[in-house]
Design a protein around this ligand. Structure first.
Ligand SMILES: [Ca+2]
Ligand SMILES: [Ca+2]
Ligand SMILES: [Ca+2]
Length: 324
């Protein structure tokens, strides 16, 4: 056997071993046990957090009961922990951190009824909230230590529910209900530092806009639980149109957009629905099982760490191949 052959063979063995080590390392990066694209649903009635497989619709229980009473909206922090808003009862709710592997629960704060959280760049939670006796409505800023202030309250806000970040980095809030201060059913823009409110779109087709999500730079999706419809709103002029309505959408609660652009909707009657916004077609992804009143919805976004790992593999292999 020639020296060249032995060198090449050693190099191939080294590369295979490195790839093997990387494969062993991958599961520890996914310590959350939730992979990008996985769906987490909260259920009001069964007080549960349920993982749903995006391909099969199979359900797996993450946590149930304990501090979870009527879990609503949720998100995930940079450490892979689920942050759950709980509406609770008598307008007394909680913000709860849940470990998706162990199901362990930590109460961040016990406060007013909380509907849906997002996480600000500094790690604070921005959460739609209703105060006891509905004396105040708005968006709370809650620090990781549980200190809370109103970022924005009352004004156009009457019963805020869905919240998300818009493409400009500020907040979009869905505000159904009826009120006394002008536009009643509306999607609001709220400055995430000053709390200043402005109306993006109001009334017209809206009957009870309960959730909002970004479609692209100038379009947002709005879910309406009285119209039983998924709507599209042009951000720059507030115009509304129907993407999909009726049929399986019979008592919708919240929505989330998948990486593919498909829209997921929780529906009291029909479970977890998937809507193709290009033609409005509807299908059931998951139903029954742990679902009784499926409420909140979160889709795990791809982890940037995976790109780093691929870069290490490519760079290492490249160096090995170049070395003589
Ligand atoms: Ca939402
Ligand atoms: Ca209404
Ligand atoms: Ca309003």
């Amino acid at each position: 056997m020639s020296q060249d052959y032995l060198r090449t063979r050693r190099r191939i063995v080294t590369i295979i071993m490195l790839l093997g080590l990387c494969l062993i390392a991958i599961p520890s990066l996914d310590a959350a046990s939730l992979l990008p694209g996985d769906i987490v649903v909260t259920d009001f009635d069964t007080s549960a957090l349920i993982k749903v497989d995006p391909l099969t619709g199979d359900q797996e229980l993450i946590a149930q009961g304990g501090n979870l009473d009527r879990p609503a909206g949720l998100t995930m922090d940079s450490a892979g922990q689920l942050i759950v808003a709980d509406i609770g009862s008598a307008s007394l709710g909680k913000l709860i951190k849940v470990d998706p592997i162990t199901g362990d629960q930590t109460v961040i704060v016990s406060t007013h009824s909380l509907v849906e959280p997002v996480i600000d760049a500094n790690g604070d939670y921005l959460v739609t909230a209703n105060a006891p006796g509905y004396s105040a409505y708005g968006v709370k800023r809650i620090t990781p230590l549980g200190d809370e202030t109103w970022l924005s309250s009352n004004g156009y806000l009457e019963s805020p529910e869905g919240i998300c970040f818009g493409v400009d980095g500020h907040l979009l809030v869905a505000d159904p209900s009826s009120g006394v201060l002008g536009p009643e059913d509306d999607i609001l823009h709220i400055n995430r530092t000053s709390g200043v409110q402005s109306v993006i779109s109001a009334n017209n087709l809206f009957m009870d806009p309960v959730d909002v999500a970004v479609e692209d730079a100038d379009h947002i999706f709005v879910l309406d639980d009285l119209l039983n419809a998924l709507l599209r709103v042009v951000v720059s002029n507030g115009s509304q149109s129907i993407v999909s309505s009726g049929n399986l959408i019979s008592n919708p609660n919240t929505m989330a957009v998948e990486a593919s652009g498909m829209v997921l909707i929780t529906d009291h009657a029909n479970g977890l629905l998937r809507i193709d916004p290009s033609d409005g077609s509807q299908s059931v992804l998951s139903s029954g099982g742990y679902f009784s009143v499926p409420q909140g919805l979160y889709v795990v976004v791809p982890e940037p760490a995976a790109t780093g790992l691929i870069m290490i593999v490519v760079t290492t292999c490249g160096l090995l191949i170049r070395r003589k």
